[in-house]
Write a protein that binds this ligand. Structure first.
Ligand SMILES: [Zn+2]
Ligand SMILES: [Zn+2]
Length: 346
């Protein structure tokens, strides 16, 4: 009886002196609750971590729930990264929510935090069976990686890689902001002189522009240009509430499109020959052949399909890249974009 009393007194003393760690160290987990009530999450998580993964995971879950409700996505991602991003089933929906929300922001600093979280998560998932969750988050990691690279390469003089990146990202328009992606792909291809592609991408951008402006009369009915590509149809993508450009800026694009159309030639997306079934109408940037169902992994520099004849791999992380895109990139950055190790041209 008196021991209990002494323990109670001890606890009161610790509480009064703010020595919550001593309470937890004595095996009394109510100390963690005190920290939660006071919003001292980082201390709580630090102490929970010392008590083992079960405690840590429980409090990570509670931390995430509380912060996601307040819309604090990047803050949650940062803390989860610090505590190792455990690949436990009950946390996967938290990671997914953060990913979807941060991808929608198009903010580079937030995306860097997201990339770090996804890198750890994918590594943790990799240690288990490579299941659908692994593939899903690996795809998200690739999307964030390519988005960040697009920003980097756009600031340097790398027109070939920049336009390939912007083009590749169109296949992820279910996950990223679609009108931005088509606008960027139009601009990047116009800059690199690929007018056919720029024309088709700008056309889709203007369709989306009109649909955002007047969702009732969404007039996108023609998906012919993109048939048999892995670019999602407009019916599969979510429209943002507001347009990125003013009507005047849109008209400048429309004028350019009309001007290019004056030459009267039929515009189509560039094609390549499938290395497996020899189908020669395969969209150049597609990761999937509609004829034989073969697939390709994306290049870590440009996101373009890793066709065997032109592929090389990073000597450190072993991820694949297309030789030309890799050489362009290494010439400027001297490091692998995936693992950051110093690398040379092939
Ligand atoms: Zn094929
Ligand atoms: Zn590498």
């Amino acid at each position: 009886m008196w021991i209990e009393k002494i323990n109670q007194e001890k606890k009161q003393m610790y509480l009064a002196n703010n020595k919550i760690d001593k309470i937890v160290a004595s095996g009394d987990m109510s100390g963690l609750e005190v920290l939660v009530q006071q919003g001292r999450w980082e201390e709580c998580l630090g102490l929970a971590e010392k008590q083992g993964p079960d405690f840590l995971n429980t409090y990570l879950m509670r931390f995430s729930k509380a912060h996601l409700q307040q819309g604090q996505f990047k803050e949650t991602a940062r803390v989860l990264t610090r505590f190792g991003v455990p690949a436990i089933p009950q946390m996967l929906s938290v990671y997914k929510t953060i990913t979807i929300e941060v991808l929608a922001t198009i903010n580079e600093i937030e995306m860097q935090i997201l990339r770090e979280m996804l890198q750890k998560l994918v590594k943790n998932l990799e240690a288990g069976a490579k299941n659908t969750h692994y593939h899903e988050f690996h795809k998200y990691l690739m999307v964030v990686h390519l988005l960040l690279l697009k920003g980097e390469c756009g600031r340097k003089n790398l027109p070939r890689v920049a336009s390939a990146l912007a083009t590749s990202l169109l296949r992820y328009t279910k996950d990223i902001r679609a009108d931005q992606a088509f606008l960027d792909a139009g601009n990047a291809n116009r800059k690199s002189g690929a007018n056919d592609m720029a024309y088709i991408f700008f056309n889709r951008y203007i369709d989306l522009y009109d649909a955002i402006e007047d969702p009732e009369n969404n007039g996108i009915s023609d998906n012919q240009d993109f048939e048999d590509t892995d670019i999602p149809s407009p019916y599969e993508i979510a429209l943002p509430e507001k347009n990125l450009l003013s009507a005047t800026e849109r008209d400048e694009i429309r004028d350019w499109v009309l001007e290019v159309n004056m030459d009267g030639t039929e515009k189509s997306l560039p094609t390549r020959c499938c290395e497996y079934c020899q189908f020669d109408g395969l969209y150049e940037a597609s990761l999937h052949c509609p004829q034989c169902n073969s697939g390709w992994e994306p290049c870590i520099v440009s996101g373009y399909p890793l066709v065997k004849a032109n592929s090389i791999s990073c000597k450190f992380c072993n991820m694949g890249a297309l030789r030309d895109h890799w050489n362009d990139y290494i010439d400027v950055f001297q490091n692998c974009p995936w693992c950051n190790s110093m690398q040379t041209q092939y």
